[in-house]
Design a protein around this ligand. Structure first.
Ligand code: EPU
Length: 458
């Protein structure tokens, strides 16, 4: 077995591999994307399954792990806690938690960056080490970033949460016991927090109003392989019977439906034809309905889904983002670029996040007609009752897009800028590309494979 120092170096190297050597891409748009690309395991499962490995007594093997920087961050965090992470072959991680140890706070603080994943280390670390430290993710961001559901759940398990100048220190002097928890909203992260904590807590936990995203079901599958007893009841209720011991798992991560939907929207917006190898229909059903209503065509194959623009005008749609099985909030940004090319007025309501339309400003600079209504729109018939946090984007098309210089604001917004630049006539420069590598594996190679015209800049 390699020494911890070697593994730390390996982890560092894997971080460098996914880190991009360039910051900008100059795209000559107007060329339809055509060809085949592959998607691998979902970012939003792989990183959580990696944290789950901390709970086992023996090594876990995770397959189909994408080379993205979020995986690299979690690799380095696990390494800091003494979990030996090796990659015997591309896409496979072996996570050995035999020698879990306390990490230096400064190390965790430096690694965590803007990732949400450190919060999910709480339950496993409390079980393994009796203490968890969550860094203050810069300034007063802990106060501003809502992690209240997470902290309330941990308290319900018997944890003590102390805020310090460094961040949050969580301890469990009397151990963790099963709890009755009802989430105010079916939060993905808070559901994962409860699962990762309850599986080794003493007694039974009842979680009401849980999130039931496919990635959560896959995390439950991982935990069940480890020895957990988890019952999924109707009406978003999950019962978890705590057990004394969990062992390692071998698991192939569920496919990344968000990446698949992103490339699908790229095919539609550019008038192209993309076969997304590894895309799976069941997790994409809601997206596929919308894709078809907009005028896109798709074919479901054994090994993936072909998404293409069949010709003719695109049609406007009304969509609300929602928790599963609704239309995911991560799908709206790429789709909005395609909707700028539809004939008529589309409305997208964002009901999951408070502020997720900021990226549309740059699309407007590129020629799109998008008006954001911060308080939503009363007049539109809604499928679900209004939520307090919501915004509506009204997209009127078709509008030709023209090239511009734009800076990536966040992961999904950033990918939508790539699509806009590929759709636009003329030349665009997209900067701050590193953020896109958080969640899109080898996206530059994929653009090349699909015939995009571009050059990279440092
Ligand atoms: N919320 C609170 N308090 C909390 C936790 C959440 O108010 O303690 C609120 C959030 O502010 C938000 C809503 O609840 O308004 C939903 O947040 P949720 O906890 O469900 O999201 P998350 O776990 O932080 C994950 C994904 C997101 C994805 C959402 C929704 C990961 C690492 N992130 O975030 O993915 O959008 O679920 O499905 O799994 C992405 O991939 O780009 C991404 C942002």
């Amino acid at each position: 077995m390699d020494s911890i120092a070697d593994l730390a170096k390996d982890a560092q190297k894997s971080g460098e591999r996914v880190g991009l050597a360039f910051d900008s891409i100059v795209i000559d748009g107007g060329v339809p994307l055509r060809g085949r690309i592959e998607v691998r395991g979902a970012k939003n499962l792989a990183t959580k399954a990696m944290v789950a490995a901390l709970l086992g007594d023996t090594p876990s093997i995770l397959q189909d792990v994408p080379q993205i920087s979020d995986v690299s961050i979690v690799t380095r965090m696990l390494d800091a806690y003494g979990v030996a992470v090796t990659s015997p072959e591309e896409g496979v991680l072996v996570l050995d938690p035999t020698n879990v140890e306390r990490a230096h706070f400064a190390q965790i603080d430096a690694l965590a960056g803007s990732s949400r994943i450190p919060i999910l280390f709480c339950g496993p670390l409390l079980h393994r080490l009796g203490e968890a430290l969550i860094p203050d993710l810069g300034g007063c961001r802990i106060g501003d970033r809502p992690i209240d559901f997470h902290m309330d759940a941990l308290r319900a398990f018997g944890a003590i949460v102390d805020k310090s100048y460094e961040g949050i220190r969580i301890t469990a002097p009397n151990g963790l016991h099963g709890a009755n928890i009802e989430l105010p909203y079916p939060s993905v992260g808070a559901t994962e927090q409860v699962l990762l904590t309850a599986v080794r807590a003493q007694g039974v936990t009842e979680l009401k109003n849980a999130a039931i995203e496919p990635e959560i079901m896959d995390l439950i599958a991982v935990l069940q392989k480890m020895g957990a007893i988890i019952w999924i009841e109707p009406n978003r209720t999950i019962f978890i019977e705590g057990v004394d011991q969990l062992s390692g798992y071998t698991h192939r991560a569920i496919s990344d439906r968000n990446e698949a939907a992103s490339w699908a929207s790229a095919a539609l917006a550019t008038g192209g034809d993309i076969f997304v190898g590894g895309a799976k229909q069941p997790e994409l059903m809601t997206f596929l309905n919308v894709f078809r209503k907009v005028g896109g065509a798709f074919e479901v194959h054994e090994d993936g889904i072909r998404f293409y623009h069949p010709g003719g005008p695109l049609k406007p749609v009304q969509v609300e983002t929602d928790v599963h099985p609704g239309f995911m909030t991560d799908w709206q940004q790429p789709l909005i670029v395609a909707l700028t090319q539809a004939e008529g007025v589309s409305v997208i309501h964002e009901t999951v996040y408070e502020n997720r339309f900021g990226f549309t400003d740059a699309l407007v600079e590129m020629g799109a007609d998008i008006v954001v209504h911060k308080d939503g729109l009363e007049s539109v018939t809604r499928r679900v009752p209004r939520r307090k946090l919501e915004q509506a984007a009204v997209i009127t098309g078709p509008t030709p897009l023209h090239g511009a210089d734009v800076r990536v604001p966040d992961l999904r917004g950033g990918f939508s800028y790539l699509i806009a630049a590929l759709t636009a006539e003329g030349r665009s420069t997209v900067t701050n590309l590193g953020i896109i590598s958080r969640g899109y594996e080898h996206f530059v190679d994929k653009l090349e494979a699909l015939g995009a015209q571009f050059t990279l800049e440092g």
